[in-house]
Design a protein around this ligand. Structure first.
Ligand code: ADP
Length: 274
């Protein structure tokens, strides 16, 4: 009787242990598959501009007696080289946000500063398209986090809003504080009157290298990595990014991040407990 009781007590523990090991292996395999996919995607994405550069350089050599053609090909080479540079930069940014813990050097970051920086970064393309950038919302909002990463995330959202909008439209950026059960959150929304997203694309735009229209994205210098960087930064700060969109009407991307005071107190409490 006793032996049976013991094995009955051990058996569920044992099977749970096996289950945990299996889950661990499955997770390790999933991570490995994601990594392999990423390397394959990177190779593919790098091959496109490198291949174009190689063809264009041949074309330049063949056109040596036609100066106008040489200039035209050289211009296209410059365009491909710029693309290659921004692709490499975004791959570096992505690996940085994936490897560094943003909260290692966290500080209170003022939302108005982030917004001003993002607007500044897009001033030129917005002017070219006569897009009005309207900033608003509550003053004196602070997020607890890594300034560089938060600036990169918001910058990406504003850049996309400008890139995927027609001329003479409006891009609105606003921050506000919202009460939530786990503590106050800071919400920053970026609203455009651009091409919008279908329901199917809405779920996928945060995936690495996903582009709704690769040709259009390439034209605007897009890499398909911007929103995956935003998603990663939001998650590692204990927040999230969501999208609302209607095709042909526009999109609103919303970042929700822990408010500085509350997040800092929690981090300090956790450090004290450790
Ligand atoms: P990209 O570098 O191509 O802009 P992102 O990861 O930033 O890459 O965005 C992924 C895709 O999501 C884009 O290629 C585009 O098709 C779509 N997208 C992003 N932002 C918007 C927006 N504000 N309006 C419409 N489509 C967008």
């Amino acid at each position: 009787g006793e032996g049976l009781a013991v094995s009955a007590r051990v058996a569920p523990l044992g099977s749970r242990l096996v289950l945990l090991l299996v889950e661990d292996l499955t997770e390790a395999r999933r991570i490995e598959a994601v990594r392999r996919d990423f390397v394959a995607n990177v190779s593919h994405e790098l091959k496109t501009p490198v291949g174009a550069l190689s063809l264009l350089s041949e074309a330049v050599m063949d056109a040596s007696d036609d100066p106008e053609a040489v200039i035209r090909f050289a211009g296209r080479m410059q365009h491909e080289a710029t693309r290659l540079t921004s692709l490499v930069q975004e791959i570096i940014d992505l690996s940085r946000v994936q490897n560094d813990d943003p909260l290692d050097d966290a500080e209170p970051v003022e939302v108005d500063d982030l917004v001003a920086e993002a607007v500044d970064r897009c001033r030129h393309p917005a002017n070219v398209k006569q897009i009005t950038m309207a900033t608003g919302g509550a003053p004196d909002l602070h997020i607890w986090g890594n300034r560089g990463q938060l600036a990169a995330a918001l910058g990406n959202l504003v850049e996309n809003a400008v890139n995927y909008s027609p001329v003479r439209t409006r891009v609105g950026i606003a921050g506000r504080r919202i009460a939530a059960p786990g503590g106050d959150l800071i919400e920053i929304s970026v609203t455009d009157q651009g091409i919008g997203l279908s329901e199917k694309d809405r779920d996928r735009v945060f995936e690495r290298f996903y582009r709704v229209d690769p040709a259009r994205s390439r034209q605007t210098g897009g890499t398909g990595l911007g929103l995956s960087i935003v998603k990663h930064v939001a998650a590692s700060h204990g927040g999230e990014v969501t999208v609302w969109s209607a095709e042909g009407q526009g999109s609103t991307f919303t970042l929700r991040l822990p408010e500085a005071g509350i997040a800092r107190d929690r981090a300090l409490a956790a450090a004290g407990a450790a």
